[in-house]
Design a protein around this ligand. Sequence first.
Ligand SMILES: [Zn+2]
Length: 241
Amino acid sequence: MRNPTRSSPQLYIAIVHWIGEEIRSGRLGTGEQLPTERQLCEQFSVSRTVVREALSQLKSEELISTYQGKGAFVAKRTERHGFRIDQAPCDGETSIKHVLELLMAIEVAATRLAAMRRTSEDVKKMGQALDGMEGAIFDESLGDGADHQFHKAVLVAAGNPHFKALSEYLDHGIRRLIRDARINTAEKFSDEIQLVQDEHRAIFLAILAGDPSAAADAASRHLSNSGERLRMVHATKVVQR
Ligand SMILES: [Zn+2]
C-alpha cells in the first residue's frame, strides 16, 4: 500500500512531462491558466501532494508562475535551460545514485574552494545552519531546511557564482534528496542522526580551519555515507514489498 502522504517520483514526473509538453508545444500559451490542482489530481489519479510536487518542479524550471489563491499560469517565455535533473525517469535507487554522484562532484569541489575562500559571513551562515540541525535533533524535527541551508552556504562560500547558479538550478532535486535522506535517517537510522551532524560539523571545521583537502574529504565522506544510508533503506523497502 502506498503511503498517501509521500509522493512517488514517477507520478510527479509524469505530470511535469505532460504540462511541460503542453507548454513547449504551444498548446498552453504564455499567461494561460493551468488546470486546477483538483483537476490535475483527477486527471492523473494522484494526491494533492504529488500535484504540488510537480507544480513546484515546473516553477523551479521557470515554466510556470503560481499566485496565491489564483492558481498556476504559463510563465513568460524566458530563455529555457537545457538541463534538468529529473529528465530521465528511472528506478528510485539508480536515480538517487545518479543525483548523488553529480552532487558529490559539485560539493567536493565547492567545499575545497570554500576552505580557501570563505568569508566571515559564510562561516556565520554555516554555523547558523549547523545550530538549526542541532536544534532539530533536540526537538526531533526533520531539520531538512537547515541541512539545505548548510549545503547552500558551503556552495556560496566557494566564491564562484557558477556553483551557486548550478545549485540553484538543481535546487528542486537537491531539496528532494535531502528531505528523503533525512526522513530515511529519522525513520530507519534514528541512532545515526548524531553521526550525520558530526559529518556536517567536520565539513564546517575543515572550512573554518582553511584546510582544502580535509574539507573535500569531509564533504566526500558525508555524501557517500548519505548514499549508503539511502541504499540500505531502498534495499529494505524492496524486501518488504
Ligand atoms: Zn547534509
